[in-house]
Design a protein around this ligand. Structure first.
Ligand code: GRF
Length: 195
């Protein structure tokens, strides 16, 4: 049974779907949910799901990313995770952190990578006049939002879409995609899933 740690920064809607998906004959279980924000709403949701939680507030660490990440790793490794799932985690991770979890860390990003790494993805897709938007689940490497893609889900961009309406439709697809990709990944299957 693979042990999965999930990192969040906010509401944790993806975390909830992931945790809820890991039941029955699923090869993994959520064992810990962590956040860089002690007030993250997702921490309460995780506890309601019976999953242990921790928070390491990144603000007292200032620019000392290494010290913040050392505390993050201490909390994570206490739960002996086999897989780390970043789900709405909004801190950029150093190559050292990525190396520590090399080959076993996933992230969901709200764009059809390699298009639109970084922030404001939906506004950029609308601005560019794209016909489609979506979400990508990828392995995390040292380059931001650039690791091997394990799955994508696509939505049409509608003429009257604004970033909020598009984000809401993409989020629905994220909630389908991430659990499906994690289940494969936990079973050792890295074949790409396109929904
Ligand atoms: C989602 O759009 C996700 O793609 C991005 O963070 C946003 C919020 O996710 N990574 P959640 O509701 O906190 O899971």
């Amino acid at each position: 049974m693979k042990r999965v740690a999930i990192l969040i920064s906010g509401g944790g809607s993806n975390m909830v779907r992931l945790a809820e998906s890991m039941t029955g004959d699923h090869p993994a279980r959520a064992v810990i949910v962590g956040s860089n924000d002690p007030a993250a709403g997702g921490l309460t949701k995780a506890r309601d799901l019976g999953v242990d939680t921790f928070a390491v507030d990144h603000r007292p660490f200032g620019r000392d990313r290494a010290a913040f990440e050392a505390e993050l790793i201490r909390n994570l490794d206490a739960a002996r995770p086999d897989i780390i799932a970043l789900a709405g985690f909004m801190r950029i991770l150093t190559p050292d952190f990525v190396r520590h979890y090399s080959g076993r860390m996933l992230n969901i990003h709200p764009s059809l990578l390699p298009k639109y790494p970084g922030l404001h993805t939906h506004a950029r897709a609308i601005e560019a006049g794209d016909a489609e938007a979506g979400a990508s689940v990828h392995e995390v490497t040292a380059d931001l939002d650039a690791g091997p893609i394990l799955g994508q889900a696509r939505v049409s961009i509608l003429p009257d879409d604004d970033p909020a309406s598009l984000a809401a439709r993409v989020l629905i697809q994220e909630h389908r995609l991430y659990p499906a990709v994690l289940k494969r990944f936990a079973a050792g299957d890295r074949t790409r899933l396109d929904l």
